[in-house]
Design a protein around this ligand. Structure first.
Ligand code: AHR
Length: 491
């Protein structure tokens, strides 16, 4: 049965730009994200450029990834960047105490990462160590990476083979300072932030304060109150989706209840952004400070037989639902959310790419990111959605999520997600304030909610042409199957 949802799209009320940076990614020294993921080393038989897999470079370039956060995560507050520069043979091996207790040989360091960002055509976002590091160490990193003239750190950079500075703009001042970044109180972190940020010197730095865990509104309030606005550019927020933190359940083969609970946490992103943004509005009514959701995504049990510290999980149509609804939420909050990072890019948590030796696959989440890239830097067109319910037991969620934008060429794109696991949604979109002649689109759908791609069948789930849109007299009707995503292009 098809249910009925109505949407009103106001094409004549453009509502500012959707920052492309909300389509950002995250690469931590965690499990097989960097080593045996992005980076296989110069001597690998897998085709690579400076040790980075060519197939990954090509796939990510196709997504136009706007920024990439590195080296953590929790690892960032354990990372001493000087270990990762200079001749590879002379770099110290350390223990990755955070993730799996494995040896970290530092063969992938600052030069490797920043040069990889060049290959990917993406902007680096470096997360600084304010947990186990020092003010001097972070101040030195900024100078090493960004200073053009002569200085101890820029001299060292030149000696290590990089003449020109990389001019990195995005800097995280610690990560999860309330937890793995040092178990600080917000009051204490405010003092730490002010000290570290003072000595991160240079032009055009975009400094991001370590932000709240989920609904810790006191954290956001304390930072907004305690850090002068001219000293920061963004405040982070982390929020993951799962049936419950203590019982995450399998990534494949989940029950409908687990699916529903996961979508409930994912959709909660809207409430979290609204409430954190309301606090920010009190102190920053001009919205100078960005809300930076630099960790989001689905978090499930690791695949059987893999290292529990490596957070390797499959990626199904449920993950596609998390991605589609979350990105719609970010688009619709474009006035405050300016940067976001899916956790994580390769082989960790809700990855867009999985690898197995020489093989690589693109996950359903990859395809969502690819379908949604049309929204990057486009102008938001507001939508009002009157959604039907997705009901399980005594609980319900809105079945449909929508966002819309107009790009530089004048094309309008509508992304619509139906999370209902059982029913199709017939969506009626009233197009007000513009006249459209044609509609075309693509759909990501599959027979089962836990359908996914495998190394044997890497193209099992992939976008297809969508033929279910009907445009007539300013009204668009679209039929979206259960747990499916449609992106339409109107001209
Ligand atoms: O993304 C995995 C971990 O989740 C990150 O390292 C940390 O910041 C968060 O708790």
């Amino acid at each position: 049965t098809a249910q009925q949802t109505t949407v009103t799209l106001s094409a004549d009320k453009p509502s500012g730009q959707i920052s492309k940076h909300i389509y950002g990614h995250f690469a931590e020294h965690l499990g097989r994200c960097i080593y045996d993921g992005f980076y296989v080393g110069e001597n690998s038989s897998i085709p690579n450029t400076e040790g980075v897999r060519n197939d990954i470079i090509a796939a990510l370039k196709n997504l136009n990834i706007p920024n990439l956060r590195w080296p953590g995560g929790c690892f960032a507050d354990r990372y001493h960047w000087k270990d990762g520069v200079g001749p590879k043979g002379q770099r110290p091996s350390i223990v990755n105490t955070m993730w799996g207790g494995v040896t970290e040989d530092n063969s992938f360091g600052t030069h490797d990462f920043l040069n990889m960002c060049k290959l990917l055509g993406t902007e680096p976002y470096l997360a600084g160590n304010t947990g186990s590091g020092t003010v001097q160490e972070l101040s030195d990193w900024v100078q090493y990476v960004n200073f053009e003239g002569k200085s101890p750190m820029s001299d060292l950079r030149v000696k290590n083979g990089q003449q020109k500075p990389w001019n990195v703009k995005f800097w995280g001042v610690g990560n999860e300072a309330w937890g793995c970044g040092g178990n600080m109180t917000p009051e204490y972190y405010v003092g730490e932030y002010r000290r570290y940020a003072t000595f991160m010197e240079g032009k055009n730095l975009f400094k991001i304060a370590s932000g709240a865990n989920v609904d810790d509104y006191h954290w956001t309030e304390t930072l907004m109150k305690g850090i002068p606005l001219h000293m920061m550019d963004g405040i982070a927020l982390h929020h993951y989706s799962f049936p419950s933190w203590d019982k995450k359940g399998p990534a494949v083969g989940f029950t409908e209840q687990e699916y529903f609970e996961t979508m409930k946490t994912a959709l909660r992103m809207d409430e979290l952004i609204t409430k954190h943004a309301a606090i920010m509005d009190k102190y920053d009514p001009k919205k100078k400070i960005a809300l930076v959701v630099d960790e989001w995504g689905g978090w499930f049990d690791v695949e059987t037989g893999t290292n529990p510290g490596f957070l390797y999980q499959q990626n199904t149509m449920r993950d596609a639902m998390i991605a589609g609804t979350t990105l719609n939420i970010f688009n619709n909050h474009n006035d405050r959310v300016k940067i976001a990072n899916l956790a994580q890019c390769v082989n960790v948590l809700q990855a867009v790419i999985l690898t197995n030796k020489e093989k690589m696959l693109l996950s359903p989440t990859y395809h969502v990111m690819e379908m949604y890239k049309v929204h990057q830097d486009a102008t938001l067109l507001p939508v009002v959605v009157k959604s039907d319910d997705y009901v399980v037991g005594n609980e319900k969620l809105p079945a449909v999520s929508v966002s819309a934008s107009k790009d530089a060429k004048g094309l309008t794109h509508i992304s619509a997600v139906n999370i209902d696991r059982n029913k199709s949604e017939s969506i009626e979109i009233i197009l007000s304030g513009a006249q459209y002649k044609t509609v075309r689109g693509r759909i990501l759908t599959s027979a089962k909610a836990d359908d996914h791609n495998t190394f044997e069948k890497p193209d099992f789930v992939k976008p297809a042409e969508f033929k279910g849109a009907n445009l007539k007299a300013g009204k668009l009707t679209v039929k979206v199957p259960p747990f499916s995503i449609v992106v339409l292009e109107l001209e």
